[in-house]
Design a protein around this ligand. Structure first.
Ligand code: FAD
Length: 384
């Protein structure tokens, strides 16, 4: 067994949560090693894929609205500092059906948090977005300054910037730690060890595999399929600025305009079956492809014969209600658990990383909703 040098912190997992944790920790003067079994935002990770929505609205939930606001500022600063433009300000359009209570609650929260938005009745929506069918939609609102993060490339950039500041990045699969109270080092599958003062396990949908007794019953990885539809040639109605990112939570569908000519993105937010992130098939099911194609026609009649030009299969790493899990391990006092992004975590990477760094360095206050004790073994989704 070879022993490596000692670090202040070893972060296991270079998805969006681990990458931003390492970034903030090194900025605060910590010697950090970042370890990932496959690589930053690798094809199996929950942070993989082309794009993720960053929106401010979360119903009545100020916690996540404020976290999104804080995060968008940090994403933009990073992109500006590195000269990479990985945020598209497409705007995010919220749509409501017969029951518009969540829409109203969201607008009230945005007002309290000073987020700009523009409310629209159905007639306004139809005038402004003639390429969309607003069947069953009563009203909506637009967050004009929200949009899309180019996910995979953004995580790679965070890791690159963290490495520039001194984080050591290594490909390594870490085994389940077994200390009874204080963990001295983690062990890799090849026998190498990494010693550190503290450890952050930001293993996303793998958390239940790394800590099977503790988190196996508390992290619910669900299969999620994403589709890109080819737009008609020469047609710019489905690209920004003509079409914003949109979500209609009643239908459990959301989508993005044609960004970087990848096609119109459509995804189902409904939780799919439980899956193993190492082994689940990444081929979409014929049944879902048919359902999504039918849905596209109902919302975008001009895309009736649009071909599916790309698909992706990923997994959400849900907690019982959708609140993140960021807490100390109950037995190993220098081990931290970070994950439970639950289908909405990507945008929050910067604020989550900052929170984790503060907790490790005994700064800031603990958020009760992120605690392990609030994570149950039966799902009741309340955060969307
Ligand atoms: C289809 C889809 C759409 C989504 N849409 C949005 C959206 O629009 N907006 C939004 O904000 N969020 C969205 N999300 C949620 C968001 O992407 C995730 O919550 C977030 O990316 C989770 O990041 P993570 O760092 O916790 O996990 P991951 O990205 O999965 O990272 C975990 C890492 O840990 C590594 N790892 C695991 N075990 C080990 C081990 N033993 N040793 C070493 N390394 C290990 C893995 O290789 C992996 O790289 C979506 C998710 C999916 C799947």
């Amino acid at each position: 067994m070879t022993a490596s040098k000692t670090f202040d912190v070893a972060v296991i997992g270079a998805g969006v949560f681990g990458a931003w944790s390492a970034w903030h920790l090194v900025r605060l003067g910590q010697r950090v090693v970042l370890l990932d079994a496959y690589g930053p935002a690798n094809a199996r990770a929950s942070s993989a894929g082309e794009s993720r929505i960053i929106r401010m609205g979360y119903g009545t939930d100020e916690l996540y609205t404020r976290s999104s606001q804080r995060s968008l500022g940090q994403w933009k600063s990073l992109f500006q500092a590195t000269g990479q433009q990985l945020f598209h300000e497409t705007g995010v359009l919220w749509l409501a059906g017969a029951d518009d209570s969540r829409l109203r609650q969201t607008m009230a929260t945005l007002k309290r948090c000073d987020v700009t938005f523009e409310a629209m009745e159905r007639a306004d929506l139809e005038r402004r977005y003639a390429q969309v069918s607003f069947e069953r939609v009563t009203r909506g609102f637009l967050e004009p300054h929200s949009g899309v993060l180019l996910a995979r490339r953004a995580v790679a950039l965070v890791v690159e910037d963290a490495a520039r500041m001194g984080v050591e990045f290594r490909i390594a699969k870490i085994e389940t730690p077994t200390a009874s109270s204080h963990l001295a080092a983690v062990k890799c599958s090849n026998g190498e060890t990494f010693a550190a003062g503290q450890f952050v396990f930001a293993c996303g949908p793998w958390l239940g595999k790394v800590f099977p007794d503790l988190l196996g019953p508390r992290i619910f990885p669900s299969r999620q399929e994403v589709y890109f539809f080819g737009v008609p040639p020469g047609d710019i109605r489905f690209a920004p600025p003509a079409l914003p990112t949109w979500l209609f939570q009643e239908d459990e569908y959301y989508g993005m305009p044609d960004i970087e000519s990848r096609g119109l993105k459509i995804a189902m937010d409904h939780h799919g079956e439980r899956v193993d992130p190492d082994t689940q098939t990444r081929i979409v099911s014929g049944e879902n492809a048919r359902a999504v194609s039918e849905y596209v026609v109902t919302r975008f009649p001009a895309l009736r014969n649009a071909p599916i030009v790309e698909t992706r299969v990923c997994q959400y790493e849900n907690t019982s209600n959708g609140d993140f899990l960021i807490d100390r391990h109950p037995q190993m006092e220098n081990v931290w658990l970070a994950g439970g992004g639950s289908g909405h975590g990507f945008k929050h990477g910067p604020a989550v990383g900052e929170y984790i760094a503060d907790r490790l360095l005994n700064k800031g206050t603990a958020e009760a909703r992120y605690s392990l004790r609030t994570k149950e073994t039966v799902q009741h989704r309340t955060v969307f």
